[in-house]
Design a protein around this ligand. Structure first.
Ligand SMILES: Cc1cc2nc3c(=O)[nH]c(=O)nc-3n(C[C@H](O)[C@H](O)[C@H](O)COP(=O)(O)O)c2cc1C
Length: 406
């Protein structure tokens, strides 16, 4: 992203590799001039939940009220001491903004693009296993919400319904399939083939789950999700290697995403293998404990990728300001995990759409108050690292009003 002393022209979507989007993409353009004081009217294609959920924390509150305690803990929990989990949030909180003023911010563009697919905001609904425990429609609900709003969702292979049924529910828009390796090469190739045949836009391999992290909230409650009860074949994931990535690249004409990259070293190898998207993630702090906060890892990965692959990040992203920080640090898009879970548990498809509308409004206000028209105008001079976090990081610390009883 280039620094912009000059005002950018009417901001359009950020430039990226061109590819015809497979679906309608962003909804109707609400016009370049956004009212940064009032939330825009989302019209007929909106969630219709503006009154029910005026702020993000109301979705979190509704989710907590609806979910059984075991499912709530499964959703929010991290592994072991939850240090990685907390560092995700802490690392975001320790970045402050250096806003610029007296610039024309009457036009603000919050949109983005990943793998040529236009995104109304640069957000991907991260894969969540056992979504069916949060909403009866499972992965079909989030896939539909993503398309109806104008982003893309990633379906987890540990989620119901399966890839064919979700593809039918999401036939008119972009979608990504994410695989946990639970079988031999033939089994993996079969999933890649089916993903291609079903029209998925990318095939994601989650690579940070060779062993299942000790989620102590679940263990202490003796809680198992539906997917966990059926889990089989973890040894195949343990043996999965760069050779398998090469085989998939050689055999299948579908972009590959590696989810769970945490170093420049592995970014380099991924780029040498022609991987299209490097997804920086520590699984929301649910796998290796005592890792770095994901946003801290992002700059070294962006540097190592050096434009050879697109870069995503997730971990603790719960507010529009978090999205903007990640974009400044070089992300092409961010993944939203738990917040998607809260939203779908609160109000299904409409809840997820409402969550995205609220994130969009927060992003627009953030960009306007930073003095820019879009992400392309920003660079690291807009950031101050090492700011003191004002809250102890935890699952809902991004929503401090909850603790005050709102
Ligand atoms: C309840 C839950 C289930 C998850 N299931 C999967 C999964 O099936 N596949 C996967 O790659 N990641 C899974 N993740 C990790 C998310 O895709 C994502 O990396 C993480 O949640 C991002 O952090 P955040 O929740 O702080 O946004 C899961 C996360 C949660 C919270």
């Amino acid at each position: 992203m280039a620094a912009a002393e000059q005002r950018s022209p009417a901001a359009g979507p950020a430039a990226g590799p061109e590819k015809a989007p497979s679906g309608p993409g962003p909804g109707p353009d609400p016009g370049p001039v956004r009212d940064l004081f009032l939330e825009p009217d989302h019209g007929e294609r909106g969630s219709g939940l503006n009154n029910e959920y005026a702020v993000l924390h109301e979705l979190v509150k509704a989710a907590r009220a609806r979910l059984k305690p075991g499912t709530w803990d499964y959703l929010i929990g991290g592994s072991e001491t939850e240090t990685t989990f907390r560092r995700n949030r802490l690392a975001l909180d320790e970045i402050a903004f250096r806003p610029r003023v007296l610039r024309d911010v009457s036009r603000v563009d919050p949109s983005g693009r990943l793998l040529g697919v236009p995104l109304r905001i640069p957000v991907v609904l991260a894969p969540i296993g056992s979504l069916q425990d949060l909403d009866p429609g499972g992965g079909a609900t989030t896939a539909r919400a993503a398309i109806d709003y104008g982003v893309v969702s990633m379906l987890s292979s540990a989620c119901e319904p399966g890839l064919e049924e979700v593809a039918r529910a999401a036939a008119d828009g972009p979608k990504i399939f994410q695989l946990y390796v639970r079988g031999d090469a033939g089994w993996v190739d079969d999933h890649a083939r089916r993903a291609v045949e079903c029209g998925y836009d990318a095939f994601a391999l989650t690579v940070d789950l060779d062993y299942y992290g000790r989620r102590e909230r679940d263990l202490a409650k003796r809680f198992k999700t539906t997917a966990r009860r059926r889990a089989a074949g973890p040894e195949f994931q343990m043996r999965f290697s760069w050779d398998d990535v090469k085989r998939l690249k050689d055999r299948f004409d579908i972009p590959i995403i590696l989810k769970g990259i945490a170093t420049a070293e592995d970014t380099e190898i991924a780029c040498e293998h022609g991987v299209e998207v490097i997804y920086v993630s520590n699984h929301g702090g649910r796998q290796l404990d005592h890792g770095r906060g994901a946003i801290e890892v992002l700059p070294e990965v962006v540097r190592a990728a050096a434009g050879r692959a697109e870069v995503m990040v997730d971990g603790g992203i719960l507010r529009g300001t978090d999205v903007v920080k990640a974009m400044i640090l070089g992300a092409d898009a961010v993944g939203i995990g738990r917040l998607t879970g809260f939203a779908v548990a609160a109000a299904g498809r409409s809840g997820v759409m409402r969550m995205l509308e609220l994130l969009e409004h927060e992003i627009c206000i953030c960009l306007g108050l930073l003095g820019v028209n879009g992400y392309r105008d920003l660079d690291e001079t807009w950031l101050h690292r090492g700011a003191r976090a004002v809250a102890e990081p935890h699952a809902t610390s991004a929503f401090p009003l909850l603790a005050e009883g709102y």
